[in-house]
Every structure is written in structure tokens, then in C-alpha cells.
Design a protein around this ligand. Structure first.
Ligand code: PXP
Length: 254
């Protein structure tokens, strides 16, 4: 098993460019341009671009998604809520991957994972056309067995484990809780992999928190955004992404 895991290769980095659009939208200007950020991310070693088209369009816009689909050479991971409107948009663009996330209008960011276990039938029907259109369907969930099993039953190819609780505990100095969250993520990553699911993770990751997660042998991809866009203010976008890439490689012994 260990040998098989080692041969899985490099951990992919998906750069989430939502908050380039947040800064642009704060002034209603045309800049900074998320497409330009996507191109720089590619040059810095990103393996994919992630963008979340929210129902209220608070950051990424429909035009951004069109622009990304037209110009991007990296695969696009299109994050969206499980709504009819978003399903239509995804089916029109057919991005490489669609990540289904929970969405509440009043939240500042995606606060928890999707409740797959309680909505199994609806979600199974919802993702079927996306899968048939050739998109890799990923489900953003908490690191819980019942959610992972439900994601597997509805036919998702990928799960993305929510790392927010682990990162919050680290930021607030709750060390025991942080370590317990990390252990839970590690165990659930192995559990999902045993079921045949591809395992991704993300939310709230920083230079301080990325390495222990990146070290999980089953993990195939990390999606990271807010910290990188913030760090870009001080270092520039390409160096901030390159440093994250370096830490991820280091965690994998590379
Ligand atoms: N993965 C998913 C499914 C997300 O919803 C987000 C936030 O949009 C991220 C990863 C990236 O989180 P952050 O911006 O905190 O790095």
C-alpha cells in the first residue's frame, strides 16, 4: 500500500482566485483581473484554477467564468451550490471539474461541508448530468465517515475535505483540538481513498498549516485561495504561490 501511495506522484495545487475578484468588486472597477491572476498562477506552478460562482456574485462573475473557459490552459475547478441555475451554467461550460459546496447568503465564506447524507437522493440526481457531461464531480464535505460514504453512494468521483476547523484551531492556539482535527482529516483521507474516491482538501490553509495536510499520502490536490491572495500584497502573486508549492513538495519529501 505504502509503495502504491508513493507512486501517485505530485500533489496538485489548485489556486482559488475568488478574492482577486473581491478586490476588483470592492470598487466596481475592471482591475485586478482574475484572469491575469490565473495566468500568473500557472507560471508559478499551479496545476489548476478554482473559482466559486456564488449565487450573489459577490466575487467571481459569469463573465469571469466565460473568460477562464476561453483562455485558461489549466483545468478549471468550478465551485458551485447545488442549484438549478448553477447546474445550467456548468452544463453550458463543461469545466474539467465541478465542486459542489454548501452556500448560505449570509455567510462570509463556505462555513461547513455539504450535508450529503441527508440529501442523498436529490444530490445523486443533481450530479448525474454533470458526470454525464464529462465533468469530474467533487463534493466538499466535513471529514466524517457518514458524509464520505454518502458521497461515494451518490457517485461522486472526488471528495474535498474541509480543512477549516483544523486551520481555525491552529490560528486560535487550540493545539489539542488542532491535532485532533488533523488526525481526523488523516484518517478520513485514508478511509475515502479505500472506498476508491479521489481525495482533495482545502479551506483556510496557510504556510503554517499546509505541510501536515500535504503529507497525507492519499491526498491528490489542495485548493488554496484567500491566504495566497493576501500574501500576494506583500510578496507578489507568483512568489506567494511558488512558496506554497515549495512547502507542499517539501511535505511530500520532494
Ligand atoms: N475549497 C473549497 C471547496 C472552498 O469553498 C474554498 C473557499 O472558496 C477553498 C477550497 C479555498 O479556501 P481558502 O480561500 O480559505 O484558501
Amino acid at each position: 500500500m505504502a509503495e502504491e501511495q508513493k507512486s501517485r506522484g505530485k500533489l496538485r495545487l489548485g489556486v482559488n482566485i475568488d478574492h482577486v475578484a473581491t478586490v476588483r468588486n470592492a470598487r466596481g472597477s475592471a482591475y485586478p483581473d482574475p484572469l491575469r491572476a490565473a495566468k500568473l498562477a500557472e507560471e508559478a506552478g499551479a496545476d489548476g484554477i478554482t473559482a466559486h460562482l456564488r449565487e450573489d456574485r459577490r466575487h467571481i462573475s459569469d463573465a469571469d467564468i466565460e473568460g477562464l473557459m476561453d483562455t485558461l490552459s489549466l483545468p478549471l475547478n468550478f465551485e458551485m451550490a447545488a442549484t438549478d441555475e448553477m447546474q445550467k451554467i456548468a452544463l453550458r461550460h463543461k469545466p474539467h471539474a465541478v465542486c459542489i459546496v454548501p452556500e448560505k447568503r449570509e455567510e462570509r465564506t463556505t462555513e461547513g461541508g455539504l450535508e450529503v447524507a441527508r440529501e442523498e437522493n436529490r444530490l445523486a440526481h443533481f450530479i448525474a448530468p454533470l458526470r454525464d457531461a464529462g465533468c469530474r464531480v467533487s463534493i466538499f464535505i466535513a471529514a466524517e465517515k457518514r458524509q464520505i460514504e454518502a458521497a461515494h453512494r451518490i457517485g461522486a468521483a472526488v471528495i474535498e475535505l474541509h480543512t477549516g476547523a483544523y486551520c481555525d484551531a491552529h490560528a486560535e492556539g487550540r493545539i489539542e483540538e488542532r491535532d485532533a482535527e488533523l488526525e481526523r482529516l488523516r484518517e478520513m483521507s485514508a478511509f475515502a481513498d479505500d472506498l476508491g474516491l479521489e481525495v482533495h482538501a482545502g479551506h483556510g490553509l496557510t504556510y503554517d498549516t499546509v505541510k501536515p495536510v500535504a503529507a497525507f499520502p492519499e491526498l491528490m490536490e489542495l485548493n488554496i485561495g484567500h491566504f495566497l491572495i493576501g500574501e500576494a500584497i506583500f510578496r507578489g502573486l507568483k512568489p506567494s504561490i511558488a512558496e506554497m508549492r515549495r512547502l507542499m513538495d517539501e511535505a511530500r519529501g520532494g
